[in-house]
Structures are given as C-alpha cells and as structure tokens.
Write a new protein. Structure first.
Length: 288
C-alpha cells in the first residue's frame, strides 16, 4: 500500500521500463519519507540508525545453529520488537539488576553498565573480528598495550595487527555506541551514522597519543547499537575481507556478506540477551 499516492506518477516511469524492483523502491522510499516526517526525534534517530549500510545484515542471515548463526525464539522476538521501536516494558519499571527506572524502549537496558553485559557484548564482537583477522593471516593479538611503556598500564588495542599497513602495526579499538544517547540524538535524528562518527573522534582523542608512543596506528572500530558501522571500521572490514577472500579463494562479495552477517548477528544476539536479563516479565517483552 502506498502511503502517498502522488509520490509515484505515471510520468516518472515513462522513460524507463517499470521493473518491479524500481517500483518497489519508489514505494519503500515514499513510505519511509511519510513515516519519517511525522516521527518523534527518538523515532527519527532510530530510523536513521537502522537504515545504515549493512546495519540490517542480521535480517538476511540464513539460520544455522551449527555455525552459530541463529537466535533463540525469545531472542528473535525481543530484538525484532526493539528494532521496530515497540515498547518492551511499561515506562518507569524498576530495573531488576540496578533498580533504576527504565524507559519503555530498551535504551536503559542496552546502555547502563551493570552485570557485565556491555563488556560481554564488546568482547564477543572483538573475538569475532579477531577470528576473521586469523582467517586473513594477520596474526592478531588480543588486548595488547600494557607493560610496553614504563608506568603505563593502558591497553589501547582490543586487537593488535602487527603488520597492517606499510609494516606499521594497527591497534583496533572496538566500541558500541547508542545514537539515542542525549549527546547524539538531535544530530542522529538528521544524519545517519552521526553517533559512530562521534565515537571515532572520541577514540582518536583518547588513544592516538598512546598508540603513537608505541609506534602503532590507532583505528577505531565503532558500531552503533542498531548495527551501523563507522567509516573507519567499514574500510578495515573491507581490507580484511579482501585478504580472507584471497587466502580462502572465495568470492569477495561472499566474504563481505559473511563478515557483516556474523558481526551483525553477534551484536543483536547480545542486545537481545541484555534486554531479556532486565525484563521483569520476559514473556511480556517478547509478546507483540
């Protein structure tokens, strides 16, 4: 159903054959624009976030429990409900883990640092990226940096790749960021990927000097909580994909799809588990 009947005119398709794909794209765009124009700031920020390139890769994954590419039924239900912007719990419900009042949309559930959920999500993404680095024969090293310099115990590298570019090591620093945070939401409602861009700048500000002292390049790998990647991460994942495709003799597009699908599903699985751990009534969180 077309929400704006005049958005697609007969004249607009006279110059080219009206293929089904082109017509569907016009309809989708008209529906999105109609939904976006009437939305609240929070909804606009969410719609911008879920429209990011590769941000919806998890929806295209062919489920395979043996390959770790599957969600449990309750995980799939709750993450779809959150993705669509449906309320997960009554506004003001106390969090069973930290006892703060929660919003209805899962923002508190996915950002409040308690019970190790944020760290677990970070580590799952780190290990997934490191696994692809191994397949690319990049010899990745996990959590490196401390003890190299006197009196400096910081670890600016979630993943250290010893020979990344021009024989210079690269420190991959992974961060999950939420575009619905107060400091991002206004701009995130207008610009897709704004939170990821700000996350990259923050990582550079924090770690560039420490990495330079070690002779490393600082490369932030920032992903928004809805699945969209920052530009630097996109470039890194493309480079890794090319190396994996070469070493495994696989088509590049297939490898790119595999990497984004696995990372996207890993993120959504951890998001779902974090939400379910904070639902007073998990069944209510999953019901549509």
């Amino acid at each position: 159903m077309v929400s704006q009947p005049d958005a697609i005119s007969v004249e607009s398709v006279l110059d080219v054959p009206p293929h089904q794909h082109a017509l569907s794209s016009h309809i989708d765009e008209a529906d999105f624009n109609s939904l976006f124009s009437d939305a609240t700031t929070v909804t606009k920020a969410r719609l911008q976030a879920i429209s990011a390139p590769q941000g919806h890769a998890w929806l295209k994954v062919q489920p395979s429990p043996k390959l770790g590419l599957a969600l449990m039924p309750d995980e799939a239900q709750v993450i779809l409900k959150w993705w669509l912007g449906l309320p997960l719990t009554p506004e003001g419900t106390p969090c069973p883990l930290c006892h703060h009042n929660m919003d209805a949309w899962g923002h508190h559930m996915l950002t409040f640092r308690s019970e190790g959920d944020v760290i677990t999500r970070h580590n799952q993404l780190r290990d997934c990226i490191a696994d692809f680095c191994h397949k690319a024969c990049l010899s990745p090293q996990i959590e490196k940096g401390s003890g190299i310099l006197p009196k400096d115990q910081s670890r600016p590298a979630d993943i250290l790749v010893p020979n990344w570019s021009l024989s210079r090591p690269a420190a991959f620093d992974i961060k999950v960021i939420n575009p619905l945070n107060l400091q991002f939401i206004q701009e995130a409602a207008q610009t897709c990927g704004h939170a990821a861009e700000m996350g990259e700048e923050a990582k550079h500000s924090r770690n560039d000097e420490a990495c330079a002292l070690r002779g490393w390049s600082c490369i932030p790998l920032v992903i928004e909580v809805f699945g969209g990647w920052g530009n630097e991460a996109i470039n890194v994942l493309l480079t890794i994909s090319k190396k994996v495709a070469t070493h495994l003799c696989r088509p590049l597009n297939e490898v790119i799809s595999n990497i984004y699908s696995r990372l996207s599903l890993t993120l959504m699985r951890q998001n779902a588990r974090t939400i379910l751990a904070r639902c007073v009534s998990p069944n209510a969180c999953c019901d549509f």
